[in-house]
Ligand binder design. Sequence first.
Ligand SMILES: Cc1ncc(COP(=O)(O)O)c(C=O)c1O
Length: 397
Amino acid sequence: MNLNNLNVPHNYKNIAEQYGTPLYIYDTERIKDNLSAILKFLTYQNSKVFFAVMCNNQPEILKTIKNLGIGVQVNSENELDLVKEAGFNISDISFSSTGISMELMKKLSKENIEINFDSVEEVEKYCALNKNKTFGIRVRIPKRIKIISDEATNIYSHSNVGIEEKDFSKITDIAEKTGNKTIGVHGYFASNVFDEKPFIEFGNFLFKIANNFPDLEYVNFGSGFGVRCKEKDKDFNFKKVLKHYSSLCNKLSRSFQRAIILKIEPGRTLLADAGILLVKVTNIKKLSPKKSEISVNAGFAEFARPRVYNSYHIIDNLEKSGKPKKVYDIRGNTVLQNDFLGRDRKLEEVKEGEFLIVKNVGAYGIVMASGFPGKKLPNQILISKSKIEKSEIEYNF
Ligand SMILES: Cc1ncc(COP(=O)(O)O)c(C=O)c1O
């Protein structure tokens, strides 16, 4: 994964002036490179990648993903409609969510969408409605699998997402009695985890419990793969994790005597570093002789992650490559007390009217933008091979 600037036509300053700021820029080539970095290690023959649409559901992004020939993972009716509109085939869509309503359940089953259920109760309702249907289940991750992630530490210690191992026999009973089949197990624990250890342990767990389901056709390992945030961060070890998943699926296929499909659902890995946000400096407030606060024309309204998750995003001056001399906090220009895009950042001297670039914003950026308080949503453009591919992306919300 890459923290360098995107391959933009002209320079960023021209683009910022031409298209206005705040401005999201996405690069299709970077998305393609990110997919290649995963596919390189996904060597198991029966593997399938599903892009997690929740991280970026904008129409041009969905078109780009479609052109890359992979599937999509959706978690709401709206996302389902968006991917159908973007031209995805039913066989390339995987649906996982919680608390699925009866109406939605009917729609999913009528359209033969692959579903992973979160509860025994949903399985009961689905099976009462259907015969000769197949479904998967999302499994509860055991708490003994510890994860360390700045954004998601112990995220599942208070979560009841997924079906517990003790209830698996209920699932197979319900399916059998109603003439349906449980064909998949799916798991997901948290986003942006760097340590390979929990992925290995979690893989082993899914592999073990998969044996409870005689009609098994797939194991879906979700995602959560870490993405570099700082220059000094290491890249996520795809080689180790995906090789391990591949070897588990090989073994499963041998023991089931048929090809079991390995599925993964990366969102952040494909999109995060393929997006940047250009912002304009609107004011500089001196805090001390050594430190100032830069206000920019974007913050929580346009890019919520720093405030919601305390996430770190590189912020650079545009057009300047000298040595950083001053320390700045970078604040969104709203009345919110804690609206910072970054704090204590060393930058070359910044002046009002200049532009800054915020990196790694392609995933969970625009989809979490609310406009609060009272702002317009930012513009978005798409570039490809250093050309502007689409100069105004309409919003999908
Ligand atoms: C079920 C599921 N799959 C995939 C993802 C995508 O994860 P990431 O963006 O970390 O790759 C998520 C994100 O929350 C998820 O809930």
